[in-house]
Design a protein around this ligand. Sequence first.
Ligand SMILES: NC(=O)c1ccc[n+]([C@@H]2O[C@H](COP(=O)([O-])OP(=O)(O)OC[C@H]3O[C@@H](n4cnc5c(N)ncnc54)[C@H](OP(=O)(O)O)[C@@H]3O)[C@@H](O)[C@H]2O)c1
Length: 192
Amino acid sequence: MASFTIFGTGNMANAIGGVFANGGASVDYVSHEQAADAVVNGDTVVLAVPYPAVAEILKNNADKFAGKTVVDITNPLNFETFDSLTVPVGSSAAAEIQSALPNSRVLKAFNTTFAATLASGKVGDTKTTVLVAGDDADAKSALVTAVQAGGLGAIDAGSLKRAHELEAIGFLQLTLAAGEKITWTGGFGVNN
Ligand SMILES: NC(=O)c1ccc[n+]([C@@H]2O[C@H](COP(=O)([O-])OP(=O)(O)OC[C@H]3O[C@@H](n4cnc5c(N)ncnc54)[C@H](OP(=O)(O)O)[C@@H]3O)[C@@H](O)[C@H]2O)c1
């Protein structure tokens, strides 16, 4: 059985955990208070926390992530200006996390799907599809299978380099929703 440990107990943690549980996977959560010395049971770790929190989680738990798949879902926005990402130009949060975790298989996923669309399974009239990028084919395939088992679409979006493009899409989608041009129950959908 697929097993997931999700850091965070907020909107995305619950939405993502719900998808995995719907697909029959085992899911446990690490709260903010527990994160300083977490128990990591899952084969896959999901970092459902703000990007600035990731560094602290890695500082305290990186050795426990060795040999595991680590899923980065963050949109590393500068929330003061809403006008840029905080990662180096041309890089991505996922690439930075992979550099910090050389013994883990880092994937980018879920950052282009608002929490509400993971819970409802729909972006407008379109089935919600999770885009997954990463360099390890087996890790990507396992995540795609777990998401599909939970009733959503999932697509292998390419190597970890594509996390840069996924974060650009997530950035744009966030600015559109924050500017009330689209709703938090909508966003970019995929027809395939
Ligand atoms: N919401 C969306 O639709 C959406 C869509 C795509 C991607 N994302 C990304 O998903 C991530 C989570 O977003 P969210 O909407 O779920 O936020 P949220 O509802 O505010 O939840 C954030 C969670 O992270 C925990 N946390 C904060 N700082 C932490 C730390 N230093 N160590 C451990 N845990 C910490 C929080 O715990 P406390 O509340 O106890 O502090 C909370 O459980 C963000 O990176 C965001 O960019 C969100």
